[in-house]
Design a protein around this ligand. Structure first.
Ligand SMILES: NC(=O)c1ccc[n+]([C@@H]2O[C@H](COP(=O)([O-])OP(=O)(O)OC[C@H]3O[C@@H](n4cnc5c(N)ncnc54)[C@H](O)[C@@H]3O)[C@@H](O)[C@H]2O)c1
Length: 390
């Protein structure tokens, strides 16, 4: 196991009906001037907006609406102006990963006078400045952003979707599974795949095999997603299903499962290229790429990981070779069972015209190969994209 430091200060408030009694104080501890951020209006339809505004009564509220999926730098720029002009003390992000990710970068941008895209291109700049506290009310189980320092921001002008890390995790995260009853089947499947992908990215790590704490955490969270995603798809109002998916999303990417590892991700950087060029749903893109990536990384060296996954997650029995190969089959079948596209043409990507540019950018800009267990060249990425056409 590698040396590691683990510190995560997010105050988690998990469960139903806590906003009315706890939200005001959770915000007011940081000041009176709050920027409330949200997306395209699902919170108005569900009644959540009204509940939030009622709970914030008496505070000085400014609003930023319209933060889109795969959040764009334009929304961050708009937020930067609002936090500066109104001298905001704290941001309340109400939504899924897109709203929370954008809010974290806006929180840094209050203390930066240049274009916030600079902060995305170079996260080190964010560690040199202050960051407003972010409180969030999560409405979609997927990203783990509610308990990590990451954000992913898109710039359509430069065709880039890039990850950026800041100094702080959200200060307080309200995780009420019942707020996710209204999430569509498409987004429920995409969110579940995102959680699953966070786990596979962290599982295949050259130092991971002897780290049983990490292995057990990842395998346990994987079993949780595999079990409960189909239930949430069948029964959107099933509290246990939504609760398990929500806590799985948080636990999968709050830093714990990667402790003691050398970790570098492969599928996410490639998906970020797909979303940058075609603005597709992140989790659906991951689900298309993941089985082909598993095919690519399978070797005698990685086989023990496939065997553990097969035995501990998919309940497979038999000799090691059979279990290892069946693990990929089972993963493919589970992803397909979630009823979202499994090929690039299924999400409207009909040609390979951008594959060379995307493969180059995945390796050179999204740093795909830095410490990856199985490194990928641009040619490997291109082959993976080709394989994902069918
Ligand atoms: N910061 C991280 O660690 C991290 C990790 C993985 C992915 N991401 C990024 O997060 C983004 C995706 O976030 P996401 O998957 O949470 O989805 P999202 O925030 O983009 O939301 C997807 C859609 O679901 C709708 N929605 C949200 N909550 C709803 C509800 N309760 N009922 C009905 N509709 C609802 C939204 O309005 C939106 O249209 C991508 O940009 C991805 O790259 C970030």
């Amino acid at each position: 196991m590698e040396n590691f430091t683990f510190k995560n200060t997010t105050d988690i408030r998990f469960g139903k009906d806590r906003l009315e009694t706890e939200l005001q104080a959770a915000i007011a501890q940081f000041g009176q001037k709050v920027l409330v951020t949200y997306g395209g209006g699902s919170i108005k339809k569900s009644g959540l907006y009204e509940r939030v505004m009622k709970a914030l009564a008496g505070l000085d509220v400014t609003e930023l609406s319209g933060i889109e999926p795969n959040p764009k730098i334009a929304s961050v720029r708009e937020g930067q102006k609002l936090v500066k002009d109104n001298d905001i003390d704290v941001i309340l992000a109400v939504g899924g990963g897109s709203v929370i990710d954008a809010s974290k970068v806006i929180a840094s941008a209050k203390f930066y006078d240049g274009d916030p895209w600079d902060l995305v291109l170079d996260s080190k700049k964010r560690f040199a400045i202050d960051q407003l506290p972010v409180v969030d009310i999560l409405t979609l189980a997927a990203t783990g952003t509610e308990m990590n320092t990451g954000s992913v921001i898109s710039n359509p002008e430069t065709k880039q979707k890039l990850g950026t890390g800041g100094p702080n995790t959200p200060a307080v995260s309200f995780l009420d599974p019942s707020l996710t009853f209204s999430v569509s089947k498409w987004q429920t499947a995409a969110g579940s795949i995102d959680i699953f992908s966070h786990l596979t990215e962290q599982y295949f790590d050259q130092k991971g095999y002897e780290n049983d704490v990490r292995n057990g955490l990842i395998e346990g969270i994987m079993r949780t997603v595999i079990k409960w995603a189909p239930v949430a798809l069948r029964e959107p109002d099933n509290y246990d299903a939504r609760a398990n998916l929500m806590w799985a999303s948080t636990m999968a990417l709050n830093g714990l499962p990667r402790t003691g590892n050398v970790n570098s991700w492969s599928v996410h950087p490639i998906e970020h290229e797909l979303s940058a060029y075609y603005d597709i749903t992140h989790g659906v893109g991951l689900g298309i790429l993941t089985p082909h990536w598993l095919d690519f990384i399978y070797s005698e060296e990685t086989k023990p990981y496939f065997v553990s996954l097969g035995r501990n997650v998919w309940d497979l029995t038999g000799d090691d070779d059979a279990v290892a190969t069946q693990t990929i089959v089972k993963t493919r079948e589970w992803l397909a069972s979630l009823d979202v596209p499994t090929t690039l043409p299924g999400v409207g990507i009909e040609t390979d015209q951008d594959f060379d540019a995307m493969a180059k950018s995945a390796v050179q800009v999204n740093h795909l190969d830095q410490n990856a267990f199985v490194k990928m060249t641009a040619a490997d990425v291109r082959n993976l994209l080709e394989a994902s056409m069918k």
